[in-house]
Design a protein around this ligand. Structure first.
Ligand SMILES: Cc1cc2nc3c(=O)[nH]c(=O)nc-3n(C[C@H](O)[C@H](O)[C@H](O)COP(=O)(O)OP(=O)(O)OC[C@H]3O[C@@H](n4cnc5c(N)ncnc54)[C@H](O)[C@@H]3O)c2cc1C
Length: 602
């Protein structure tokens, strides 16, 4: 039995899929090329693989077993407003901080490792798979660091970043209020200027992840609020730093700020993650950047945050897949075709169970390719010396981000559901642990902009970029891959043929949405969600086709692990033949227009 299945069988286990991660980093994205860029010289592939191996070991050994503990114990709020994390979490977090893992992608000036975002994303995949509820804490801190790096003043950066980068202090993002969810512009928290140049914030935020906890000495809340005279809606939102404890000039912690945790939510999943109602009562805050620019700032860092949430689907898909394979090998039921009479077969021998497992594997590998490509685009858009490359990679990141977020998280729910199905009745019983992955995965399509909002972003902002030119260039790249495959041999031409067809469907529907969306935005909005799914299916098919190309190349050259590479070809062929054609089935829904939706009476 493989180590993966042994660990997964234990119910608490997770084995970082390092071989596949490495394959994607070397063949689908260009880690070596990234490492050649000025500033990333130290991130050579060997060093990166060492980082991934070592961090993966910590996550698998220390955080994965705590996943179930967190699910059963939950984080707990006490009468004084403090919150205690489940047993073992503070110790594990200390090891995370002591190991220097929190600062991997951040500038060395603030104590970070200066690695590409791509590396952070690969690490994040493993941490999330090990313990999604925990992973939200570093993920939100990363978002807050990102905001301060881009828009904080020198003083603010000096005051907060060194300890946030190490993880000694954590960060939160405070957008949501009871009447301001998807419509962030409706928020009412107020900020008034104080005489000393700081601000005083009053209002209530809901659903704030890690708004209170005992993992770190301080919590740096980034809070959206309105200043006096702000224009209504999203144009009148400003962003503030509100630390739980005020910080003296010498960096020491001072008095407690007037922000408190009023309650924490009972939830369907991610039970270890404290989801807090936070009350701000004349709390001291520091304005980030200019007043009324808060939404603009948030938007520029959303690509990172949305990519991280998309990863949650991949991560939980992978973890539940490992568990499903282990279960399917052990559970015996019925007689599989060709099995000796009188003997029951492991369910992994039944074609329908194999279909579920291969569907999972193919979609997981496709998601990994998309997420890593998205991350590489963010790095290249920031650091590549050629401005044309920077522009194109930024455009591609903008296009891919809603797809990674929404398709990734929708699949997260579907993949964990499939893993549960493979377990049969035992999947529905909490004891096996697979139900937790399904419950945990369900939040990801909701937060960081619901998937409906992602689809609207895709058709309303991303598809119209350069009057459709970005999508056209993207599709031309897919068509070029399809042509190359059709002109090669072995499994590749069949994969190329399916890819060419799916690409043509996506091109037609993109053209339809652009043309008809101009006539009436409802035409585009009505088809946005099926269109986003189609984009995900086709992009996944494209990247698995490129994986197949690379695997065939390595096999021909006699390099690498032949069994692993052959399985890459099997997965890509299955995806191309059985999953990619689903894109065409979505075309009628994309191009239906709003008539049925408008006429329906509820
Ligand atoms: C566990 C958890 C953790 C969270 N963590 C944080 C956090 O750390 N910080 C934070 O600020 N927030 C956080 N949130 C809040 C989260 O981001 C919001 O729940 C989310 O943005 C959706 O807002 P809502 O719940 O008000 O739903 P609503 O906005 O009421 O949406 C309900 C439905 O209507 C749809 N809808 C809404 N508006 C439109 C529209 N214009 N067009 C089409 N469809 C629309 C949505 O897609 C959705 O399907 C968290 C929430 C949860 C549950």
């Amino acid at each position: 039995m493989s180590p993966a299945s042994t660990a997964a069988r234990a119910g608490t286990g997770y084995v970082p899929p390092l071989a596949d991660m490495r394959f994607v980093l070397e063949n689908v994205v260009d880690l070596a090329g990234l490492a050649a860029l000025p500033g990333y010289e130290h991130a050579d592939p060997d060093t990166v693989f060492g980082v991934l191996e070592e961090s993966g070991r910590l996550f698998a050994q220390e955080f994965a077993p705590l996943n179930r503990v967190g699910d059963t114990q939950h984080s707990r709020r006490h009468d004084d407003g403090s919150v205690t994390m489940p047993e073992g979490f503070t110790r594990a977090y200390r090891h995370y901080v002591d190991g220097g893992w929190a600062g991997v992608p951040f500038p060395p000036d603030y104590g970070g490792g200066g690695f590409p975002w791509l590396v952070a994303v690969a690490m994040q995949e493993m941490l999330t798979a090990a313990n999604m509820a925990f992973s939200l804490c570093p993920f939100l801190t990363q978002g807050a660091i990102d905001m301060l790096l881009r828009y904080g003043t020198e003083t603010q950066r000096e005051m907060f970043l060194p300890r946030m980068v190490t993880g000694e202090w954590t960060g939160t993002m405070n957008l949501t209020e009871s009447n301001a969810g998807s419509d962030v512009g409706a928020l009412t928290t107020k900020a008034v200027p104080a005489e000393d140049g700081t601000w005083r914030l009053t209002g209530q935020k809901i659903f704030i992840s890690y708004g209170e906890h005992d993992l770190a000495d301080n919590i740096v809340h980034l809070v959206l609020a309105r200043v006096p005279g702000a224009p209504p809606g999203s144009k009148g939102i400003s962003c503030f730093i509100v630390p739980k404890f005020l910080v003296a000039d010498d960096g020491s912690l001072g008095e407690r700020n007037r922000v408190s945790c009023v309650s924490i939510e009972k939830k369907m999943g991610i039970n270890a993650s404290p989801t807090c109602v936070l009350a701000y009562d004349d709390a001291v805050g520091y304005l980030i950047g200019e007043p009324n620019q808060g939404m603009r700032y948030m938007f520029t860092m959303m690509n990172n945050a949305r990519l991280s949430v998309g990863l949650e689907g991949l991560a939980l898909g992978e973890r539940s897949y490992q568990q499903a394979v282990a279960h399917a090998r052990e559970r015996h039921q019925g007689r599989a075709p060709g099995a000796p009479a009188g003997e029951s077969s492991p369910i992994i021998d039944h074609p329908d169970v194999r279909r579920m497992l291969l569907t999972m594997r193919a979609q997981i590998e496709a998601l990994r390719c998309i997420a890593y490509l998205n991350a590489e685009c963010l790095d290249l858009a920031r650091l590549h010396p050629d401005p044309d490359v920077r522009t194109w990679r930024q455009e591609l990141a903008d296009l891919l981000t809603p797809i990674t977020k929404a398709w990734g998280t929708d699949l997260g729910v579907e993949l964990t559901s499939l893993a549960l199905q493979v377990h049969g009745g035992m999947g529905y019983i909490e004891e096996t642990g697979v139900a937790q992955h399904y419950r945990d995965a369900r939040i990801a399509p909701i937060y960081e902009g619901t998937n409906g909002i992602q689809a609207m972003d895709l058709v309303g902002r991303k598809l119209p970029m350069r009057a459709g030119g970005v999508m056209t260039d993207f599709l031309d790249g897919i068509a070029a891959t399809a042509d190359e495959l059709v002109a090669s041999n072995g499994d590749l031409p069949a994969i190329g043929k399916h890819l060419a067809e799916a690409q043509a469907t996506l091109r037609q529907t993109s053209d339809w949405l652009l043309a008809n969306g101009r006539l009436d935005p409802d035409n585009a909005l009505a088809g946005a969600t099926p269109y986003l799914r189609m984009c995900g299916i086709v992009t996944g098919g494209w990247l698995l086709a490129r994986s197949a190309q690379a695997a065939a190349r390595e096999l021909d050259a006699g390099r690498g692990d032949a069994d692993f590479l052959r399985q890459k070809l099997v997965t890509a062929r299955f995806y191309a033949e059985q999953l990619l054609p689903q894109a065409a089935g979505l075309a009628p829904a994309v191009t239906a227009g709003p008539a049925d939706l408008t006429e329906a009476v509820f």
